[in-house]
Every structure is written in C-alpha cells, then in structure tokens.
Design a protein around this ligand. Structure first.
Ligand SMILES: NC(=O)c1ccc[n+]([C@@H]2O[C@H](COP(=O)([O-])OP(=O)(O)OC[C@H]3O[C@@H](n4cnc5c(N)ncnc54)[C@H](O)[C@@H]3O)[C@@H](O)[C@H]2O)c1
Ligand SMILES: O=P(O)(O)OC[C@H](O)CO
Length: 403
C-alpha cells in the first residue's frame, strides 16, 4: 500500500512580502496538519547583515561582524532586514540553497521582484517535482521579443507545471502585523488534479486553456493519489487567515494585470503628489490608469478578459487605491519629485534592498506597446515612461486630460 503524503510548501523569496506570506502560510500549515507538512521552506537570497547594538538580537560576542541572513532568521525567527520586528513562526525554515528549498515540494509560492523570475526558473528547472503546483504572488509582467506574458504563465511554461496568481490590496507590513485585509487568488485547477474529471461541486471539468484562450498543449503530470486533492478549498486553507480574507476566482488575466499595471499608475500618483497636487488630481490619474489597464486587457487578452475582476475584486480597484495612496511605488516616486532626484536614486539610497516594481514594469510595458505601434493609445503609461527618462515634466500630466 502507498503511504499517504502531505503537501510540502516552499516560498521562493524572502523580501517584505515574501517573508509576510511565509509567515501566514506557516501559521496555516500548522493549523491544517492533515493536508500540509508543518515546516515551510523559505528560500533566501543570501546576504550578510550586521545587527545594530540596540537590536534585541545583538550579541556582544559577535559584535559588528557580518552574519548570514539565513542564520539570523533561523536563530531569532525574524527577518531583520526585510521584515524587522515581526516574529516568524518557528516552522518557517530559511534556506540559502534554492535547489534544496524546492526539493520534494508540491506547492511552490513564487514571491520575489519580477525581474529575477527568469533566472530562478532556470535554476530550479529539473529540480522540482513534476507534479508541483505554483502560486505567483509577484506583481509584474515579463516582456521578451515583443511578447508579453503573465508571470504565472511564464512560470508555468518554464517549469511545465500549472501556476495560479495571488494579488490584492496588500501592504506587507500591515498584514505582517495582522491588520485585516483581503486578497484574490486566481487558480484554475488542472482537470488531471480532480477526481474522475469531476470538480468538487459535481460539475464536469472542461479542457484546460491558457490566459489567451488557447488549449494548453503541455502535458501536466497529475498529483499522485496519495496526496490530498489540491483545489480551491485547499488553497483557501493555505492562505486564508483571520486577518487575511481570501477570495478564490478563475480570472488569472484580471488578477495578474491588475497587480502589474497599478504599479505604473502608483508612480504617476506619486509624481503628481510630489509636484504639490493633491487627492483630487490623484483620483483623476487613478481613473485614467484603470481605463488604460482595462483597455490593455481588452486589446491583448480579448478572448478571456473578465472585466468584473477590476470592479469586484481586491486585485482590481482595491489594489489601485491602496497602491496610489500608501504603498512604496507611490511613496518613493513622491519623494523623488520632492527632492528633485531620480526615482532610481531613491530606490538605491532609501529602500534598504527593497525594489520598486513600477520602474521595470513601466519600461517593459512601454517597450511592448512601442514595438506594436500602439503607445499613443496609452497616454498615461507613456507619460510615466517619459518622466522616468526625464524627457517629460510632471506639469504635463493635465495635458492628457484636455480634449
Ligand atoms: N511588499 C509589499 O507590500 C507587497 C505586497 C504585495 C505584493 N508585492 C509584490 O511581491 C513581490 C516581491 O516583493 P517583496 O516586497 O517581497 O520584495 P522586496 O522589494 O521587499 O525585496 C527584494 C527582494 O529581492 C531579493 N533579491 C535581491 N537581488 C536578488 C537576485 N539577484 N535574485 C533573487 N532575489 C534577489 C532580496 O533578497 C529581497 O528578498 C513583488 O512583485 C511585489 O510587487 C509586494
Ligand atoms: O509597496 P508597493 O508599491 O510595492 O505595493 C505593495 C502592494 O502591491 C500593494 O497592494
């Protein structure tokens, strides 16, 4: 008889959001021992840290000597660099080896700045279980040779697995402090993972399609029967906490594009506010940003766009609002204008290693639109790219709105 197995979870990434998600997922693996292995692996891009004298973890015997971040996390259960002052459950295990961290895991949670995902996939290809399943918490898109891809689908293609997407109005520090919010997870359970081709509600399973409506040709390896089923119920149990309300949906396009494109709009809002305009100006920018986001989804994902995601889910307007009023892309683009320096310089000097995803997303989306000759149809996205290049002034924003 084959022994019953449980799902092993690895979080790939340990920044501000990566560590927060590792925390909440580890609380849930502890609470659901029938489905998940208790320990959660968290891959850490290893670096040295020096603990300040006033840190509760300061050890006079070590003094100012640099220490490995993984070792500090595993000893003190705190990510002192990217999520300071938050106690992590002891079942979060920091691991500097990517290949070792993903070994034998059936659930891979991708959570790092989107510019690193290509390299990560190259490194783990061939080292993961063929029946692993992914959830991407990454906000961004990948653009290669004039082609744009959702991050979850890029991962799915690169690793020949199925990968869903998590995105919402989520500020990591608030969630790490267990202040309530909600999120959206898009996951289309592969038919091979459902018992006898029948979904849990008894409905027959349709053939699997990608975000452009194409039938998926890659043959997925089914999850062996000795594992618990992996469907919406189980992902809900893995991510939902009393302080983190999860809505499960099927729209990977809306969830992924909402999370990626709002970062460009958040930069615009920061520029506008840094210039001295206030909430009413930012509201105009947000409205225009949402129109361009929906237009983008209509133009490049016409077969599959579900516009209601932008209106009804946290991954839509919710994320747009929080990102343009209290998240990093907004905060630091505002600071750049106030100080009269480039946002790249602010990222280097003020973020202690954290990344502003809006900068690279703006670059990628603009190059994609330019290559297709449709840049002028997206004036706000074009303007942000121009401001980043220091070719356009923030004062020019109102021109977009004049007939
Ligand atoms: N922080 C938030 O509030 C928040 C909320 C929701 C979604 N997100 C999204 O989550 C994703 C991850 O962001 P974050 O906030 O956890 O990261 P972060 O900006 O806090 O940290 C950057 C991370 O990148 C790592 N890194 C640096 N160089 C690297 C390399 N060469 N290869 C691999 N990793 C490297 C660092 O070690 C660090 O863990 C992003 O797409 C972001 O948009 C963030
Ligand atoms: O801090 P930001 O700008 O990376 O945004 C964080 C989240 O995406 C907000 O939902």
């Amino acid at each position: 008889m084959i022994e019953a197995a449980k799902h092993k979870v690895t979080v790939i990434g340990s920044g501000n959001w990566g560590t927060t998600v590792a925390k909440l997922v580890a609380e849930n693996t502890r609470d659901h021992p029938d489905i998940f292995e208790k320990d959660v692996q968290m891959w850490v891009y290893e670096e040295n840290v020096i603990l300040a004298k006033d840190s509760p973890h300061y050890d006079a015997a070590v003094g100012d000597a640099p220490q490995k971040l993984t070792s500090v996390i595993n000893t003190h259960h705190e990510n002192v660099k990217y999520l300071p002052k938050i106690a992590l459950p002891t079942n979060v295990v920091a691991n500097p080896s990517l290949v070792d961290a993903v070994k034998n895991s059936t659930i891979l949670i991708f959570n790092l700045p989107h510019e690193f995902i290509g390299n990560i996939c190259k490194q783990i290809k061939g080292h993961i279980l063929p029946y692993a399943r992914g959830i991407s918490c990454i906000k961004g898109v990948t653009v290669t040779d004039d082609k744009i891809e959702l991050i979850c689908e890029f991962i799915g293609e690169a690793l020949e697995i199925y990968c869903g997407a998590l995105s919402g109005a989520n500020i990591a520090n608030e969630i790490a402090n267990e202040m309530w919010c909600e999120t959206t997870i898009a996951y289309n359970t592969p038919p091979c993972d459902l018992v006898n081709g029948t979904a849990r509600n008894g409905a027959a399973v349709e053939e699997h399609r990608d975000s452009r409506g194409q039938v998926i040709t890659t043959q997925l390896t089914p999850i062996p029967k000795n594992y618990p089923t992996l469907d919406h119920d189980e992902f809900h149990k893995l991510f939902n906490r009393p302080y983190f309300t999860v809505a499960m949906v099927s729209d990977v396009v809306g969830v992924s594009l909402g999370g990626a494109l709002k970062n460009i709009v958040a930069l615009a809002c920061g520029f506008v506010e840094g210039h001295g305009w206030n909430m009413t100006a930012k509201t105009a920018v947000m409205r225009r940003g949402m129109l361009e986001t929906i237009q983008f989804a209509r133009e490049f994902y016409p077969e599959t766009i579900q516009e209601k995601t932008f209106w009804e889910e946290s991954a839509g307007w919710g994320d747009m609002i929080v990102s343009c009023t209290s998240a990093r892309n907004w905060r630091y683009s505002k600071m750049a204008v106030e100080r009269g320096v480039s946002i790249q310089e602010i990222e280097r000097t003020e973020l202690n290693g954290q990344k502003l995803q809006g900068i690279s997303t703006s670059r990628e989306v603009s190059s994609f639109l330019r290559a297709r000759g449709v840049e002028d149809k997206y004036p706000l996205f074009k303007l942000v790219d121009g401001i980043l290049d220091q070719k356009v002034n923030v004062e020019d924003v109102p021109k977009l709105f004049r007939k």
